[in-house]
Design a protein around this ligand. Structure first.
Ligand code: CA
Length: 224
């Protein structure tokens, strides 16, 4: 498996190259947007990790350019804290997932494995679990064919749970990835948001998809 990391910050780039290398990936690093675009066009990568703030050509421009010709290579972008609208923008432009900096390496690895497992065939704009459908680029969520009215953060929360479906997602990860919160302090925010989300996407339907894992977090899966 070959991964392209587009990251200008030398420390982060080295850290990613080393960590991913140790986990069996072949890693190429591009130091700016132009170089990133050039590399991505030269070789068929299995996945691209793309920083947003880059010299010469920013991550958005790289993403848009790549998606004009390549709809299928999974792209995970790295975004700054306090920038919810950036996450939405990245998904709009055709990225598959994002991580908020600073992130734990274990979380990056989990996301990468999930994206690779999903594979190129299933990859695309629509994610499905049972009768739940998520249209990533247009931010639509449907259940049983009916549109769910979700606020932007509720959509990001649901997207995170769906992308990791079948895995427990901890409150800490939810707080970091959806709220930019560092989260020793107030676990209540996540629980309240999940409750609100469930009211919209689970309560009206006989089959429940979001399940509580006591003391840890939440898991989204279709149980019998
Ligand atoms: Ca950067």
């Amino acid at each position: 498996m070959r991964i392209l990391v587009v990251e200008d910050e030398p420390k982060t780039a080295a850290y990613l190259q080393k960590g991913l290398g140790e986990n069996g990936f072949v890693v190429d690093v591009a130091r700016d947007g132009e170089d990133g675009l050039h590399c991505a066009r030269q070789l068929p990568y299995d996945l691209i990790v793309l920083d947003v703030m880059l010299p010469r050509r920013d991550g958005w421009s790289v993403l848009a350019e790549l998606r004009r010709t390549d709809k299928s290579t999974p792209i995970l972008f790295l975004t700054a804290r306090d920038a919810v609208e950036e996450r939405v923008k990245g998904l709009d432009l055709g990225a598959d997932d994002y991580l908020v900096k600073p992130f734990a390496f274990s979380e990056l690895l989990a996301r990468i494995r999930t994206l690779l497992r999903r594979g190129k065939h299933e990859h695309g704009d629509v994610l499905r679990v049972a009768d739940l459908e998520i249209h990533v680029a247009s931010h639509k969520a449907l259940r049983d064919g009916k549109r769910l009215e979700l606020a932007p953060k509720e959509f990001l929360l649901l997207l995170l749970l769906v992308q990791r479906s079948g895995e427990v997602v901890s409150r800490t990860v939810i707080a970091e990835q959806v709220w930019d919160m560092n989260f020793e302090s107030d676990s209540n925010v996540v629980d309240v948001a999940v409750r609100r989300l469930r009211r919209k996407m689970d309560d009206p339907f006989p089959r429940k998809l979001v399940h509580t894992v006591r003391g840890v977090g939440y898991i989204l899966e279709a149980r019998e």
